[in-house]
Write a protein that binds this ligand. Structure first.
Ligand code: FES
Length: 159
């Protein structure tokens, strides 16, 4: 097992545990995984082993959680995660055009990572901002009313 939290993340984890009755560590599995993924970039097998030991469960149970939620990655991903909504309101407002523009611009298909490892492009369900369709997220930031020009501006602004 080679993954370990940074001292700051370990302190955050221990603080999170105090929010649960009887300091039930297993209840912290989801935020613990989010912290680990933010630190490591993805939920590698050693991350899952580490979290399992930390919360007092088995790596298989942690893997169950990781495979259930689409926000966790089981493989390495790019530095930036770009999620394009494909649900009906965004579909009706031209998300296909946005996806085509992105795949052409980045030279990579959906559900894939650019060769330089900079951007992972994903198609996703509703991002709860239908009034701004078409919508995408770059990491935790939502961007709506997209046009190819706005997409260019956003992507070109990523360092
Ligand atoms: S359908 Fe795209 S944000 Fe809701």
């Amino acid at each position: 097992m080679s993954f370990e939290y940074t001292p700051e993340n370990l302190a955050t984890f221990e603080e999170l545990v105090t929010h649960y009755p009887d300091h039930y560590r297993r209840a912290v599995t989801l935020p613990a995984l989010h912290l680990a993924q933010r630190q490591n970039g993805w939920c590698s097998p050693d991350v899952m082993e580490y979290i399992a030991a930390l919360v007092g469960t088995s790596p298989a149970q942690v893997r169950d959680v990781v495979t259930f939620y689409p926000m966790f990655f089981e493989e390495p991903v790019g530095k930036y995660i770009v999620r394009v909504c494909h649900t009906l309101p965004c579909d009706l407002c031209g998300c296909a055009k946005i996806k085509d523009h992105l795949t052409e611009k980045l030279g990579v298909g959906m559900e894939a990572t650019t060769e330089d490892g900079k951007i992972t492009l994903l198609s996703t369900e509703c991002l709860a901002a239908c009034d701004q369709a078409p919508v995408m997220m770059i990491d935790d930031d939502l961007h709506g009313l997209l046009t190819p020009e706005k997409v260019d501006e956003l992507i070109d602004g990523l360092e």
